[in-house]
Write a protein that binds this ligand. Structure first.
Ligand code: PGU
Length: 406
């Protein structure tokens, strides 16, 4: 019998996976993984928020809850509360019922459902991604059938925003094209536009008739405030124009494995929103029928209860502050070693990640000699560092920079 499966070629080596395997197979007791975008405590352990434990206990004790299928678009309360979280309680778009919210499989699932929807219904099939961006964006949009283009975002020289390049590239994008913008805590660079720069971006996006698709994976994680981190999104929604927003609760509620998030589509009228919703459901149903209910129930329990919500904001601020303090500690430690170069970008960057500026050779050297693993583009997760591991990383960076030239 001829085999179909044995003729399949292996997938090309995935740099993220090779990093994970490298870490896994390293027998060193001091090995450190700064590659994954997941929060760790000072003790290097994954964190389940207290408020999440409480919500889960509450749900377990509530015998009125069942395990029926939810609607295709997810739990209605979850959707309303999620939309309010990102758009603000007083959002005009919400009051005017112009927002369609669909519970999805976290940020990735929300991006994918949005991409599939746009591939089916947007006239212009080109999507513009920042250079660089979270690497999965490319696959998500390509696999949905959109054609990917890029706009300049990061300037390696200043280790900041290439604002001029960004405006030029968006200024020459074709009308109707989709533009992916990360709402805050840009992955992988840690570089966000200022509010003033966002306003310029908004103007160019609107004047060129582009469709903004926000990826909001880090709300509250960047500044420590849910409202401050939603400012860019709210600025676009306030002008009355259309946009899409993919929301994730992986990082800000530590619900990585629950796969819980939402896709919001802001429309120009209630009537359009109703039609859009009917079409989004046609994307969802053949893919996975309806989303899972556990994560959505946890989020809903927390967002509904003012005490739990307040406790969440305190725990969230605690995580964001710890990350900010890791930036300061790492910067001081590198400075104390007299490492050549300007390392101030470590404290200027925002959110979970920093683009160190280390090249692939230096990254490989650090993994081999210091057992510290980061992605080959030199991105480190600040959330995986602790006061104990900062000196180890500072030593490694110092050695890499002084022994291997840029
Ligand atoms: N958008 C951005 C910008 C992200 O960084 C991530 C996760 C997501 C969306 C999707 O996360 P959800 O859990 O689906 O909500 N970035 C992590 C994921 C790890 C990976 O394998 O890529 C990261 O470390 O970059």
């Amino acid at each position: 019998m001829s085999s179909i499966l044995s003729s399949i070629l292996p997938a090309p080596e995935d740099p993220v996976l090779s990093l994970i395997f490298g870490f896994r197979d390293d027998p060193s007791p001091v090995k450190l993984n700064l590659g994954a975008g997941a929060y760790r405590t000072e003790e290097g352990k994954p964190l389940v928020l207290d408020v999440v434990r409480r919500a889960e206990q509450h749900l377990a004790n509530d015998l009125s809850k069942n395990k029926e299928y939810p609607p295709f678009s997810g739990l209605p309360d979850f959707n309303i509360l999620s939309a309010k979280l990102i758009l603000g309680d007083d959002s005009l778009a919400l009051k005017e019922k112009r927002v369609v919210t669909v519970q999805c499989l976290s940020g990735t699932g929300s991006l994918r459902v949005g991409a599939e929807f746009l591939a089916k219904h947007n006239q212009q099939l080109t999507v513009f991604l920042p250079i660089p961006t979270w690497e999965n964006h490319l696959s998500i949009f390509t696999m949905a059938g959109l054609s990917v283009n890029h706009f300049r975002y990061y300037d390696p020289k200043s280790r900041g925003l290439d604002f001029k390049g960004l405006l030029e590239d968006l200024g020459s994008a074709p009308s109707g094209a989709i533009v992916v913008l990360q709402a805050c805590g840009h992955n992988p660079t840690g570089v966000d536009p200022t509010l003033e720069q966002w306003e310029h971006i908004r103007q160019i996006v609107r004047s060129k008739g582009l469709l903004p698709f926000f990826d909001s994976a880090y709300q509250g994680f960047a500044s420590g405030s849910l409202d401050l981190d939603a400012q860019a999104v709210r600025m676009f929604v306030a002008d009355g124009g259309e946009c899409l927003i993919a929301q994730s609760y992986s990082k800000n509620l530590g619900l990585y494995g629950e796969r819980i998030g939402a896709l919001n589509i802001v429309c120009e009228s209630e009537n359009v929103a109703r039609i859009v919703e009917s079409q989004v459901i046609l994307v969802v149903r053949p893919m996975y029928l309806c989303p899972p209910i556990h994560g959505a129930s946890i989020v809903t329990t927390i967002l509904k209860d003012s005490d739990m919500y307040k406790d969440w904001t305190i725990e969230l601020k605690g995580m964001a502050d710890r990350i900010i303090s890791m930036r300061q500690q790492l910067y001081e430690a590198i400075k104390a070693r007299g490492t050549p170069g300007d390392w101030s970008h470590i404290v200027k960057h925002i959110g979970m990640f920093t683009f160190t500026g280390l090249n692939e050779e230096q990254v490989r050297f650090i993994a081999k000699e210091y057992h510290i693993y980061m992605t080959y583009d030199g991105r480190i997760s600040m959330a995986s560092l602790s006061s104990n591991t900062v000196p180890q990383l500072a030593d490694a960076i110092h050695a890499a920079v002084t022994r291997i030239s840029y």
